[in-house]
Every structure is written in C-alpha cells, then in structure tokens.
Design a binder for this molecule. Structure first.
Ligand SMILES: NC(=O)c1ccc[n+]([C@@H]2O[C@H](COP(=O)([O-])OP(=O)(O)OC[C@H]3O[C@@H](n4cnc5c(N)ncnc54)[C@H](O)[C@@H]3O)[C@@H](O)[C@H]2O)c1
Length: 250
C-alpha cells in the first residue's frame, strides 16, 4: 500500500519553491523519494534547495523569472538535463495584485497574466512531449478558491486562477488517454507571504467563516500533493480539488 504513495526514482520539477507552499510541496515530493528541480526567482532559492537536498535524492535549483518565456525555456532545459528526465511538473509559482479593477495598471495585468497563466501553460507545453514519449507523467497546477469565486480586489488573480482551472481540464482532455494525469489543487487561505498584505478586517471575516478555524500552514498540503503526484491517484485527471479547510462548502 505504501508503494502507491512512493515517488522513488521519479524526477520532479516545481516552480516557486523558494518559500511558502512551493517549498513545502518540494519537501513532500523529495521526502516521498523524488529527485527535485526547483525553479524560482527569489534570492535564497539555492539555499532552500541545498537544505532540502542534504539527505536523499538530489535537489537542483534553477533561477528564472516566470514572467519571461526565454528564461523559462532555458531553465526548463537545464532542469530536465540535471534530472535526467521528467515525470512530475508542479506549476506552483504565483503572484497576487491586490487592487480594484480601476486601480490596475497595464503592467499589473500583463505581469500577473504572464506569471500565473502563461508560465504554467508554457511549462506544460514543454513537459508534455517528454511525458507523452514515455507514456506517463503527472502535471499538478496550483489554482485557488478564486478559480470559483470572484474575490474582492483581486480581479486579475481570480481571472488567472480561473484560467489555470480551465487549462487543467483542457490539458487533461488532450493527454489523459496517453498517460499524463493533469490536475489542479484550489487552496483556500494559507499562512504564507502571499497573504501578508491582506487587510486585518478581511482576515477576521475569513476566519469567522472558515470551518478549520485557521489559515493553512503550507505543511498541511504536503499529503495532497504527494497523493496527486503518486500512483495512488492514477485514475484522477482533470480535477480541480479544493484544499480549503471546508471554506467553499460553507
Ligand atoms: N497563500 C494563499 O492563501 C494561496 C491561496 C490559494 C492559492 N495560492 C497559490 O499558491 C501558490 C503559492 O503561493 P504562496 O502562498 O506560497 O506564495 P508565496 O508568495 O509565499 O510564494 C510564491 C513563490 O513563487 C515565486 N514566484 C513568484 N513570482 C515568480 C516569478 N515571476 N518567477 C519565479 N518565481 C516566482 C516566489 O519567489 C515564491 O517563492 C501560488 O500560485 C498562489 O497563487 C496561495
């Protein structure tokens, strides 16, 4: 039974793993036995990778601004070369623009579309030929509850996360019959840097409605990530799974 959740011998690429949810998910993949490549732009990414890779399979770090197609292509090539192949892609990196529609500048919109929507699309485009050739692979996208709700002062975030959910289904339709499972998680509220700029009164309102009663620690999502990247979930594809402490059911 435990073999169902093992990633021993697997090669995984994860974006945005210098901190937050990505860091916890990279640890989960590594603890389950995968060799891991992390792709991020943040200083400290290399240190995070070195800490994770102290024991077990290697952890490689590749710097790329996911708002730039050229940097993505080049870092992807280096990552696959270092790993010696690719079995798992986790599109985690994301950003938020907490502004009203009227306050969004052109560059806010273009940046969030590039990072949250174009980068996962391009990385899946790059990963799929490798996975199709071997007849197996897992692509896990990180959407958000705002794939389902509109949110407040987060129109560009909601639009890009809605797109991630729809891309997940479209890619699943194209690739599931040829061995690639494509799924997304839709996290609720996490205790990460992304939410540092959240207003206190909004935070209190969320907590009043949240059945679990606290924002998730990134570590609380380690299990679902391992499950969705392991053989245990081989019959799941095209799913957008809320991981939100019961929030969206309320
Ligand atoms: N925090 C939440 O409440 C929450 C809720 C739902 C979904 N999510 C999603 O989870 C994912 C991780 O979020 P988090 O809360 O850990 O955020 P975070 O801000 O703590 O971490 C995001 C990571 O992505 C990296 N990143 C951002 N832009 C990048 C770029 N242009 N190029 C390369 N790397 C980049 C950052 O450097 C960082 O390491 C995101 O996709 C986010 O939208 C978060």
């Amino acid at each position: 039974m435990t073999d169902l959740f093992s990633l021993a011998g697997k090669k995984a690429l994860i974006t945005g793993a210098a901190r937050g949810l990505g860091r916890a998910m990279a640890e989960a993949l590594h603890e389950a036995g995968a060799a891991v490549a992390v792709m991020d732009v943040l200083d400290g990414m290399e240190r995070a990778a070195a800490e994770m890779g102290r024991q077990g399979p290697p952890v490689h770090a590749f710097r790329a601004d996911l708002g730039d197609r050229g940097q993505i292509r080049s870092a992807f090539g280096l990552a696959v070369k270092a790993l010696g192949g690719l079995d798992i892609l986790v599109n985690n990196a994301g950003m938020h623009v907490r502004k009203s529609v009227l306050d969004h500048r052109d560059e806010d919109w273009d940046r969030i579309v590039a990072v949250n929507m174009t980068a996962p699309f391009l990385l899946a485009q790059l990963a799929a030929p490798i996975m199709l050739a071997q007849g197996s692979g897992k692509i896990l996208n990180v959407a958000s509850m705002l794939a389902f709700f509109g949110g407040v002062n987060g129109s560009s975030y909601a639009a890009t996360k809605g797109a991630v959910a729809q891309l997940t289904k479209s890619m699943s339709n194209e690739w599931t019959g040829r061995g690639i499972c494509v799924n997304a998680i839709a996290p609720g509220y996490l205790d990460t840097d992304l939410n540092k700029s959240m207003a206190d009164d909004f935070r209190r309102t969320v907590l009043m409605r949240l059945p679990k009663g606290h924002f998730a620690k990134p570590e609380e999502l380690k299990g679902v990530v391992t499950f969705l990247c392991s053989p245990a979930s081989d019959y799941i594809s095209g799913a957008v799974i809320p991981v939100d402490g019961g929030y969206s059911a309320r």
